[in-house]
Design a protein around this ligand. Structure first.
Ligand SMILES: [Ca+2]
Ligand SMILES: [Ca+2]
Ligand SMILES: [Ca+2]
Length: 178
């Protein structure tokens, strides 16, 4: 298999961010921490949107644990996690639900558009760096009122996890070397 370095860099970044409690491995607690942080960053959203986001995080962990925890110790180390690029189709529906929940949380008024402060708050809660968040926002081509399209963002989240995707907006999230 031939996976571009860009895809591996994205996977490594996701691993680092998902290790929200900094233990060096990904475990159930990381998803509790991350879900709490993300929901707290969306004060304008209603309870249903927050519950959907929390449920999507829980499903995400469940899928990772089922698919990647080879030694069944309840934790996923970096090596186990990198195997996710080998079988991306196993994560499609989980990532789809995650992307849609995150997008819904970012669009509390349901007009299909995301304002920059809302986007920045959510992406910061996930753990991305401000400069990378700004670069992604620019790549998603904000309109004259500085808003991006929900569907473009959903597409870019899903692309982010596609091993064969290269030169995509989500690559702006990966800190460049040096
Ligand atoms: Ca951890
Ligand atoms: Ca393990
Ligand atoms: Ca909106």
């Amino acid at each position: 298999m031939n996976h571009p370095q860009a895809a591996l860099s994205r996977v490594d970044l996701v691993f680092t961010l998902f290790d929200a409690n900094g233990s060096g491995e990904i475990e159930a607690n990381d998803f509790e921490v991350m879900a709490h942080r993300v929901v707290e960053a969306a004060p304008q959203s209603d309870a249903a949107a927050k519950e959907a986001m929390t449920a999507a995080f829980h499903r995400y962990w469940k899928t990772l644990a089922e698919e990647l925890d080879d030694d069944r110790n309840g934790r996923i180390d970096r090596e186990e996690f990198e195997d996710s690029v080998l079988s991306p189709e196993r994560f499609d529906s989980t990532i789809d639900e995650f992307a849609r929940s995150l997008a819904a949380l970012s669009d509390p008024d349901g007009d299909g558009l995301i304002e920059r402060p809302v986007f920045t708050a959510l992406m910061s809660a996930i753990g991305f760096e401000r400069q990378n968040i700004d670069a992604l926002f620019a790549a998603l081509e904000p309109d004259q009122d500085d808003r991006i399209s929900v569907s473009d963002w959903v597409d870019s989240i899903k692309d982010f996890y596609r091993p064969d995707a290269a030169g995509i907006p989500g690559d702006h999230l990966v800190p460049s070397a040096g």
